[in-house]
Design a binder for this molecule. Sequence first.
Ligand code: NDP
Length: 488
Amino acid sequence: MTVKTETKTYLNYINGEWVPSSSQHVYESINPANKNEIVGYVQKSTQEDLDRAVDAAKKTQLIWRNLSSPARGEYLYKVANSLEKNIDEIAETMTKEMGKTFVEAKGETARGVAILRYFAGEGMRKVGDVIPSTESQALMFTTRVPLGVVGVISPWNFPVAIPIWKIAPAIVYGNTVVLKPAQETSVTAARVIECFHEAGLPGGVVNMVTGPGSVIGQGIIDHPDIHGITFTGSDQVGKRVGQGALDRGAKYQLEMGGKNPVIVAEDADLDLAVEATINGGLRSTGQKCTATSRVIVQKTVYNEFKEKLLSKVKEIKVGNGLNSDTWMGPCSSESQLNTVLSYIQKGWDEGATLLYGGNRYEVEEFKNGFFVQPTIFENVNSSMAIAQEEIFGPVLVLIKVENIEEALHIANDVQFGLSASIFTSNIGNMLSFIDDMEAGLIRINAESAGVELQAPFGGMKQSSSHSREQGQAAIEFFTSIKTVFVKP
Ligand code: NDP
């Protein structure tokens, strides 16, 4: 590849230093709003690079774990300050690299700052319990120890928040980390790691190796010195991570796809439901694991809801995420765009009715970008691919139902169980939804996407390996419990 010298090349971060890959090769990260713009070059790393990073993490972990957890937390406060200082530049990089609007990118980066501060504080929290022993004069208690070296494999859709919500708890509880970010957003990842560097973290605590999932991701799965793997991404790759980790006895945590429903009951505030459906389904171009994709509406209010939804969707301004009037940016990559278009075709083929959108934009302004129209289908039944499979794009399917029982049945009729919303003013509907909806995140009169950083996050069924991230739940994955019995 011919490297343009005016475009920056980003290096791997190993043992506190920025180093090139042993491969001597880089790949380019491009702007999905304009594929001719190269955002940066990143290292196409090798197993040898990964081994060096793991080695550094392993050696440092023995020292890092001996630091008190409040002292480890102090470093996270410094990283938070650095990220906050660079928030505009990092958000702009994110928008250029994966397409979400600058406002959303800045919001995500601010979330990263808050997560770092939250976990810095977690360094002060208790890590065990005293448990009464049946023996007199004995002391029994639990304490927690770090896993060792943790491998972090992250996706492109939240390139700041997801690595941070994995790295911050990992290191505050005494682990060291090797991050393999998604190739598509490796420049943004490098910008985040620069903040860890600027904060003066000891070399080897956090390492980053960029490169293909099949080499670096697989290398993390197989590496005998990596004791925990935390993964967010597709269910296909997630299952591979889980199986590989299980084979060699490593701890693993998987957060995968979703096919998140919103139920609109006949007693719902329809304007609120429309607003939340649009925000939940189409913000970030539908590329959130918690994005709304199935809209299940009681037939008595179906037409009214549909008309309100259509009139709002028609107002959506699509464009380059850096333009201040853009509401929805492009798909993050050409392959993501093609996936979305192929699902739209499947919707046609299966007999659903296209209500709005359905095409790539043909206008001059968009010809070098991966832009697709916000799209709505109706006359969808639950067995269609567009109602069952994760599209990860700005596509909503409307499903008409008789009553709430039928709505719940359809809402649960998928393999995934990440997030689900209901819009209703009826307490009975709310309680049935809380009890019977098979999802890790239950949202009532609120959009399916979005969860607060201090609360546990994760899915049921095939959305997750059933552990939880974020908030105080994070300690469960990043530590092991030791039960101690002392008889003086
Ligand atoms: P992928 O599963 O394709 O990739 C996720 C990460 O895994 C990337 O870093 C990727 O690297 C890496 N990877 C790819 N192949 C392998 C392999 N063989 N072994 C190990 N690692 C590998 O997902 P996407 O990045 O495409 O993200 C989109 C998906 O993520 C969606 O399905 C979405 O639902 C899910 N997601 C789930 C979330 C949740 O919390 N539940 C949150 C965000 C996204 P590379 O980039 O090099 O391919």
